[in-house]
Design a protein around this ligand. Structure first.
Ligand code: SAH
Length: 223
């Protein structure tokens, strides 16, 4: 695990954003079946309240998705933890996240994986996320502006790719940018979505369908 952040009292927060509140969220996640000790430990330390608007900070440690502006959402902690656990099973050293959003999932990955890239199509969200990652000193996370459906050719290939917006079909470019032995995780579908895990073995993709999920759609282009 990458050295975890030493949070200043200011970043750690007070009151509803206190360590005790975070611990309670992590205990609930463990009861819901999240078991990877490094994922739980990183979530114990990451200040999720800094990834939403101040007016929503008091809800940051509920197991719920929260709006982050421009019609987008920060996923509920359970699904962030679940996808991260699934990704870690592939023991990745270098990963790509599609859909930076608030930057929270990216920050969690950066606590656990040495080389993290994330791409976002909406520039205003990206700028805020970049600042949050900088404030937390997560130097191993790099964010880029662009259409994540096309992956990130400048840094490919990756050992893991995590998609946090739902495409109707598996984006071909992402499968091409996955290393042998690598794992691609994505919510797949339109109204009804399934969390899919695809492992590249001998150049072929082996698919497992996990639980039903609900993500915002993966949209084309960048603005
Ligand atoms: N992982 C984020 C939440 C994701 S919400 C977090 O931790 O906060 C989904 C995000 O995917 C949105 O910010 C949306 O703008 C972005 N998105 C949708 N289609 C995209 C695309 N083609 N390329 C990059 N980002 C995309």
């Amino acid at each position: 695990m990458v050295e975890l952040l030493q949070l200043t009292p200011e970043l750690q927060g007070i009151g509803f954003t206190s360590q005790r509140t975070r611990n309670r969220m992590v205990d609930r996640l463990a009861q819901s079946g999240i078991s990877h000790p490094h994922v739980l430990e990183a979530l114990r330390q990451l200040p999720r309240h800094l990834f939403v608007d101040e007016a929503l900070a008091h809800r940051a440690y509920e197991d719920t998705a929260l709006p982050i502006g421009l019609g987008q959402t920060l996923s509920q902690p359970y699904i962030v933890a679940r996808m991260t656990e699934l990704l870690l099973e592939a023991k990745p050293q270098k990963v790509l996240e599609i859909g930076t959003g608030s930057g929270f999932q990216c920050a969690l990955l950066a606590c656990l994986i040495p080389d993290v890239h994330s791409i976002e199509r909406l520039e205003p969200l990206l700028e805020k996320a970049r600042q949050r990652l900088k404030d937390l000193g997560l130097k191993n996370a790099q964010v880029s502006h662009g259409d994540g459906q096309l992956g990130l050719t400048s840094h490919a290939p990756f050992d893991g790719i995590l998609v946090t917006a739902a495409p109707k079909d598996i984006p071909y470019e992402l499968t091409e940018q996955l290393n042998e032995g690598g794992r691609l995780i994505l919510p797949l579908g339109d109204e009804v979505q399934t969390l899919c895990v695809l492992d590249k073995k001998d150049g072929k993709l082996v698919r497992q369908d996990m639980e039903p999920v609900r993500f915002v759609p993966l949209l084309p282009g960048a603005c």
